[in-house]
Design a binder for this molecule. Structure first.
Ligand code: AMP
Length: 402
């Protein structure tokens, strides 16, 4: 079985074609800047190395057409025809309180995506356009999807309710939803599989640290709390997002400092976090260089805040779970930045976390045990693979349907 995984953004389509028998990637790429003067199509496959093309691409339908043509190109393609694609699996963003599992895309799912546009105004319309583009280009191909919010639908009310007047939840669905669900689920299953223990018996904390970052408490394989909330702005400090701040600050910025709503939105989402505090970059590689090479005090301070906030979440989720078996690091930063993992796990023996510093400093592909032998908590680095998770869930749905 071959599954095409699509991640449709407002002006881009990322794709991966996966062979489900081997779980290997056959082809991948991205169409960017759709609708702009010049769009960019970058792609590679098992048959050839990376290629970049610039052209005009008016809409997602044309973008997908281009991707499909590249897949069946007689010289560089990897398929003899589009009928070799058994299904499309979409990365979908916001389903509100609907769906805790992967879904076959039906009229109901499309209605839910439309209903939740106000909750994800940038992402849900792009998801809808992507589904439509598949319908036009591959009318007979089944479409499935996994919502970023789905895994966190198991959170209890005490974790998802904000202490606002209750009618904001009952009438307007203002509550905590959580994101990065596919990644948290994938690494939790991988961890259980690696440790040869049933996921239902484990208490885990998974740290997805990329440009966006979130942390999840998982009990018996189910998300019981997560750091992102109504939007991905809540929780950990991120590349450019502030994460948790006093909710009165945006009011103060407007009332006392004269910023407009749009300006406050830009400040909190695009100008804060690592970039805002360090005045250097949102990219941790640059922060790391500034610390190691120049001993830059601003970079050190920003890193201290970043790590301290992760530490505090780990402590609170340890309490929420009443213990901890496994701590997982994943995402571009969690997988690659040993210095950060060391700083987060430093002086955590009281809750059973002790790193093997030598092992932590090694760069090894794949899953790695980072904890010391006498650590009560097993600390793992696990490369995330959201596309594979979506493909696996799509495959499992199709098998159930047959
Ligand atoms: P993601 O959003 O998961 O793709 O992660 C992207 C982020 O990971 C980048 O912005 C970098 O900050 C970080 N990153 C990637 N590679 C490294 C590395 N080798 N060392 C430190 N940080 C890294």
């Amino acid at each position: 079985m071959k599954i095409l995984v699509l991640n449709c953004g407002s002006s881009s389509i990322k794709y991966q074609l996966i062979d489900m028998q081997t779980e290997n990637l056959i082809a991948e790429g991205i169409v960017e800047k759709i609708g702009e003067d010049i769009a960019l199509f970058t792609y590679k496959s098992t048959r050839f190395t990376k290629k970049k093309r610039e052209m005009v691409i008016d809409n997602h339908e044309q973008g997908l057409q281009l991707i499909l043509e590249a897949l069946i190109d007689p010289v560089t393609g990897v398929l003899s025809g589009l009928d070799e694609i058994d299904a499309v699996g979409h990365r979908l963003v916001h389903a509100g309180e609907h769906y805790s599992d992967a879904v076959v895309v039906t009229d109901d799912v499309i209605r839910v995506l439309q209903e939740c546009v106000s909750l994800a105004p940038l992402h849900n319309p792009a998801n809808l356009i992507g589904i439509e583009a598949v319908k036009v280009n591959m009318p007979n191909c089944p479409q499935c999807g996994v919502f970023d919010t789905a895994f966190h639908q198991t959170m209890p009310a005490m974790a998802y309710l904000y202490p606002l007047p209750l009618e904001f939840y009952t009438n307007h669905k203002i509550r905590r939803y959580g994101f990065h669900g596919t990644s948290h689920k994938y690494v939790s299953l991988k961890a259980a599989d690696y440790l040869k223990r049933p996921v239902e018996e484990l208490k885990m904390i998974t740290c997805h640290l990329g440009n966006g970052a979130s942390i999840t408490a998982i009990k018996n394989g189910k998300s019981v709390d997560t750091s992102m909330g109504f939007t991905p702005l809540e929780g950990l400090m991120m590349g450019t997002r502030c994460g948790d701040i006093d909710p009165a600050i945006p009011i103060h910025l407007q009332q006392q400092l004269g910023f407009t709503v749009d300006e406050v939105n830009t400040i909190l989402n695009k100008k804060s976090g690592m970039l805002g505090l360090s005045h250097i970059s949102n990219d941790m590689r640059e922060i790391e260089d500034e610390i190691l090479i120049k001993n830059n005090p601003k970079a050190i301070m920003a890193m201290d805040v970043y790590c301290y906030r992760i530490k505090k979440y780990i402590g609170s989720y340890f309490a929420a779970l009443n213990g901890l078996d496994v701590l997982v690091f994943t995402g571009g930063i969690g997988e690659n930045m040993s210095m950060l993992r060391e700083q987060v796990c430093r002086e955590m023996e009281a809750i059973g976390i002790k790193l093997n510093l030598e092992e932590n400093s090694k760069r090894i592909d794949g899953i790695q045990v980072l904890s010391a032998e006498d650590s009560k908590v097993i600390v793992l680095k696990i490369p995330t693979n959201e596309e594979l998770m979506i493909a696996l869930e799509t495959e499992s749905l199709l098998r159930q349907e047959k």
